[in-house]
Design a protein around this ligand. Structure first.
Ligand SMILES: [Zn+2]
Length: 382
């Protein structure tokens, strides 16, 4: 039932409409008109004003024609740079850009699949329950749209995001993550004439980092120091250095423990520095720990998983639950109480000029989604 040509055309047209993060307005307007023409009630929330973009998140509600619990369907509208003036080319069944920009299959392959699925539902008068389509802005710059989503516009408690590669997987697990920032204040001095007057902030930072265990801590925990910035010239003892890193774990306690160990290492090095100047309050450290996202864990017996598995089985296809590194809209939704499994669209090499997606893969996902919606329409509304 999926119309392959129409899906290809829709994807091309979406890919060729610019929607860089914070500049999704024109693109969002286009999708809103398409969804409204299909009979959806559409809303744009105020996330755009809150985050400095030119549109908010787009929410489209379909009443459906059978009573069932409301199902959330999600994708993000924004793309990364270089993503302006994309020319989407279909060759041998695979879409690519012309090599000078990204393609934007992340995540426009998802939006094209959603639109095609809705078209098929309507033109064949298929049974479906209430749907809430949530298309976010600014996913690529820190999940800002999802974080600022107006929850009063969303009633669904579960659903699906389309924002992964593997068409035979559903992501149901992701770790929590902490973002760490350490700012070490030392004291500047001429490195040749009077180095003893200085306190070298880079030296302190490197001592603290040298004591850490980085990388994979265990099967479910990782940590990294990713950015170090400081110093002005080779002849100046640096008075300031900023170190940034992260910790991720599927276990909240481990996340907490590793974060604390790193913080202690920095604090101890700075506080136990032999040549400290207590009268000047130096050296000194500022510690900023921010929760990036919380752990996502959708149990295997949750309707999101059972629906997707049953749908795949009905189509004679394989599906497996997957773990991601986190950092997707679905993780924010989970935090807000909406269990969101992430399905793949076939998109590959995202965020590069080699990005691609096979039309066949998009068709596969559209078929899976259609079957999920059909099965879900038979769910008791409770
Ligand atoms: Zn994406």
């Amino acid at each position: 039932m999926i119309n392959r040509e129409r899906l290809a055309e829709t994807f091309k047209s979406l890919a060729e409409t610019d929607s860089i993060s914070k500049e999704e307005g024109v693109f969002a307007g286009k999708i809103e008109r398409i969804l409204a023409a299909m009979g959806a009630e559409t809303f744009v929330d105020n996330a755009g004003e809150l985050i400095g973009g030119n549109t908010g998140n787009l929410i489209a509600k379909f009443k459906g024609n059978t009573p069932a619990p409301t199902l959330l369907l999600n994708a993000h509208m924004d793309t990364v740079e270089p993503g302006r003036g994309v020319a989407a080319m279909l060759e041998n069944g695979t879409f690519t850009s012309d090599g000078t920009t990204i393609l934007g299959a992340d995540d426009k392959s998802a939006i094209a699949i959603l639109l095609e699925t809705l078209n098929v539902l309507h033109e064949n008068d298929l049974p479906y329950g209430p749907l809430e389509i949530v298309l976010t802005v600014c996913e690529e710059i820190g999940l800002l749209g999802a974080k600022h989503l107006d929850l009063s516009l969303v009633t669904a408690t579960y659903g699906f995001a389309l924002d992964a590669t593997d068409t035979e997987g559903i992501v149901t697990r992701a770790p929590s993550a902490n973002h760490l920032e350490f700012i070490i204040h030392g004291k500047d001095a001429h490195a040749g004439a009077a180095p003893e007057k200085g306190i070298n902030a880079i030296f302190l930072a490197s001592k603290a980092i040298a004591r850490l265990k980085l990388g994979r801590i265990d099967q479910e925990t990782t940590c990294n120091i990713g950015i170090i910035e400081g110093g002005l010239a080779t002849n100046i003892v640096p008075n300031l250095v900023t170190v940034k890193g992260e910790v991720r774990s599927h276990d909240e306690e481990k996340l907490h423990k590793i974060t604390n160990e790193i913080v202690s290492s920095f604090k101890e090095v700075v506080e136990n520095f032999e040549e400290a100047r207590p009268e000047e309050g130096l050296p000194r450290i500022e510690v900023n720990i921010k929760k990036d996202f919380s752990r996502t864990y959708i149990p295997d017996d949750h309707p999101v998983v059972t629906l997707a598995f049953k749908a795949a089985e009905n189509l004679g296809r394989k599906l497996a639950t997957k773990t991601s590194g986190g950092g997707a809209d679905a993780n924010i939704f989970f935090e807000k109480g909406i269990f969101t499994g992430v399905l793949g669209t076939g998109m590959r090499d995202m965020h590069t000029v080699r990005e691609s997606v096979k039309l066949d893969d998009m068709v596969l996902t559209a078929e899976l989604l259609l079957e999920i919606i059909r099965l879900h329409s038979q769910t008791d509304a409770g």
